[in-house]
Design a protein around this ligand. Structure first.
Ligand code: ADP
Ligand code: MG
Length: 610
């Protein structure tokens, strides 16, 4: 076939423009992306070869090679993975197939135009993958042959990263892909063994395949003219020896012992799998033994992704079976309300050829999901516990405390301090999603309820837990009172709060869209019923004194004829009209029936077109 020139899909062209214009601050990530593609390609080959061993041809040792040529100013990443056919090269390197990426692009170019630094952040959140090569290269050529195709069916893809790319068929004996970057003049530093090794160990140590580089050794300059002033030598330099060395640890991080893994390594692995540029908020790494055996390495990100509220989106948990990569974003390993969790689960029990359909029915998967859910909730409980520094103990208390518990070591103290504020941060980003768990995960409802935080009439910040609230309840108060509204201001100014304000009773202010729905599933907390102040005749129980009750009853009697008239006049609009004790300053307010749909929920359903 002859050479074809094709243009990039509009989104790609847009993305390329962003890559070359706003990603200059952290150039070196291009290598992480290309190495990770090479590693993915090897994973895919291994996976397809489970059912078709012939795909290995005669080359079973999967590996990645990184080479460079200082004179030609090129850097090449080669793998013997699955490779691409011509059609695949056109599709994968010319379009953006992933719907999430498309959303992202429309977000970048949509109505709220992001500035350059926001763009950089957004890009970091989702990763630019292959196209990041153009941060350092003004031309990229890819040569590839897909496993299973003949050597004549190789493909060469070349692009300068502007509007189009060229593809042509080529002869290629080796299976797999070589990506050659023609380095820009301001990126020549990447044609250096030392630089490349340091980037690889920073980002790609955990890649479970060997990454090979050619060994170099120092060679003295050659003697040319002994009478020359310089001693007659050409300058010496590093020369390639033809021998290869493995430059990464080549060991899946989750399979290593915890004690041998540094915090930096955990962070780097997180960045690799999450495409987040920032460190995670917390992680948990465990090997679970018993009837279902697996290893879990799970992370809580520091920031919510832009599509957090897309419930269709599966959690970013990768599934491995005995170190063999099986699939990204495996469904069923995490409940939907924990879809923000990223990480890896490596099972010892599942078959290698497990499909998404099979995952749904597997009892092992169910056990893994339950185990992972418990771990994540445990991790959150831990963050919540350390969110605030313990109040400075009074002298008396210190004395007794010391006799009972061990004094914190300096290390423990530093760790405690490092954790302060993390839960607040977590909750700000993910709290609304966590609430979905009340309706989704009945088994863990109580644990989830304990993790929830709300604003209240005593706190504008969403920092009040049900337990805090209970501890502050008035003598004789029998319910946890709450109100739902569209905004904090609307909640705070609701006439329904008047009597509570007057009596100094705290009311939780719930302003997340999901609150109304979620609270349908939570009737009580720790044996104390939850009661909406916007429903029915609020029963203040023992909080109402007898005089008030009597006054209300008398008023009801006195106003009976008036109430009857109002009821008649409003008969299509209101169920009932009654005298209330809930108002102090306002003359009237609307409430819903005890078991009626709240106004907030009704509004939400209406918005959703129901
Ligand atoms: P992602 O890796 O997130 O899918 P990339 O932009 O990094 O996105 O890569 C796009 C696609 O190009 C990959 O999904 C894959 O199909 C293909 N690809 C990239 N590099 C390679 C490679 N070394 N071998 C085979 N296919 C590759
Ligand atoms: Mg990639």
């Amino acid at each position: 076939m002859t050479k074809q020139t094709l243009s990039f899909q509009a989104e790609v062209a847009q993305l390329l423009h962003l890559v070359t214009h706003s990603l200059y601050s952290n150039k070196e990530i291009f290598l992480r992306e290309l190495v990770s593609n090479a590693s993915d390609a090897c994973d895919k080959l291994r996976f397809e070869a489970i059912n078709d061993n012939a795909l290995y041809e005669s080359d079973t040792e999967l590996k990645i090679k990184v080479t460079f040529d200082t004179d030609a100013k090129t850097l090449t990443i080669t793998d013997n993975g699955i490779g691409m056919s011509e059609a695949e090269a056109v599709e994968h390197l010319g379009t953006i197939a992933k719907s999430g990426t498309k959303d992202f692009m429309s977000k970048l170019s949509g109505d709220q135009k992001a500035n350059a630094s926001q763009q950089g952040q957004l890009i970091g959140q989702f990763g630019v993958g292959f196209y990041s090569g153009f941060i350092v290269a003004d031309k990229i050529s890819v040569e590839s042959r897909r496993a299973g195709l003949t050597p004549a069916e190789g493909v060469r893809w070349v692009s300068g990263g502007a509007g189009n790319f060229e593809v042509e068929a080529m002869e290629r004996a080796e299976r797999g892909t070589s990506v050659t970057l023609h380095l820009r003049d301001d990126a020549l530093e990447y044609a250096s063994a030392w630089k490349l090794k340091s980037i690889i160990s920073k980002y790609s140590d955990h890649i479970s395949l060997p990454i090979l580089m050619e060994k170099e050794e120092w060679k003295d300059g050659e003697l040319i003219n002994p009478s020359d002033e310089s001693g007659g030598r050409q300058p010496g330099g590093m020369v390639k020896t033809g021998e290869w060395e493995t430059v990464n640890k080549a060991n899946a991080i989750w399979a290593r012992a915890k004690k041998d893994i540094t915090a930096d390594e955990y962070t780097e692995f997180y960045k690799q799998i999450s495409q987040d540029q920032d460190a995670p908020l917390a992680y948990t790494h465990n090997r679970v033994e018993g009837s279902t055996e697996y290893t879990q390495l799970l992370y809580i990100p520091g920031k919510a992704p832009f599509d957090l509220f897309n419930r269709e989106k599966s959690a970013g948990v990768k599934l491995y079976v005995k170190r063999v990569f099986i699939m990204d974003d495996a469904d069923n390993l995490m409940p939907t309300y924990l879809r923000f969790v990223k990480g890896v689960v490596d099972s010892s029990d599942l078959p290698l050829n497990v499909s998404r359909e099979l995952l749904q029915e597997s009892r092992d998967v169910k056990a893994i999901r339950e185990g992972c859910t418990k771990r994540v909730l445990g991790m959150l409980e831990d963050l919540a516990k350390h969110d605030k520094l313990p109040a400075p103990a009074t002298e008396e208390a210190t004395e007794t405390a010391e006799s009972v518990t061990d004094v914190q070591t300096a290390e423990e103290k530093a760790e405690t301090e490092a954790n302060v504020g993390k839960y607040t941060k977590f909750y700000k980003e993910f709290g609304a999603v966590l609430k979905e768990g009340l309706g989704e995960d009945f088994g863990n409802k109580d644990r989830i309820a304990k993790l929830l935080r709300f604003a209240s009439t005593t706190s504008d910040a969403a920092s009040v837990s049900f337990a805090d609230y209970k501890a502050r309840m008035k003598e004789g108060q029998e319910s946890i009172y709450y109100i739902t509204a569209d905004s904090l201001a609307a909640a705070k100014n609701s006439p329904q709060l008047e009597v509570f304000k007057k009596k100094g009773i705290e009311v939780l202010l719930m302003t997340d869209r999901v609150d109304e729905w979620a609270l349908n599933y939570l009737y009580e907390f720790d044996d104390t019923p939850l009661q909406s102040v916007a429903k029915g005749a609020v029963d203040l129980g023992k909080l109402q004194d007898d005089a008030e009750k009597k006054a209300a009853e008398e008023a009801a009697e006195t106003f009976k004829p008036l109430l009857a008239k109002l009821k008649e006049a409003l008969k299509d609009k209101a169920e009932d009209v009654r005298v209330t004790t809930r108002l102090v300053d306002s003359p009237a307010c609307l409430v819903v029936q005890d078991h009626g749909m709240s106004t907030q929920l009704a509004r939400m359903l209406k918005q959703a077109g129901q």
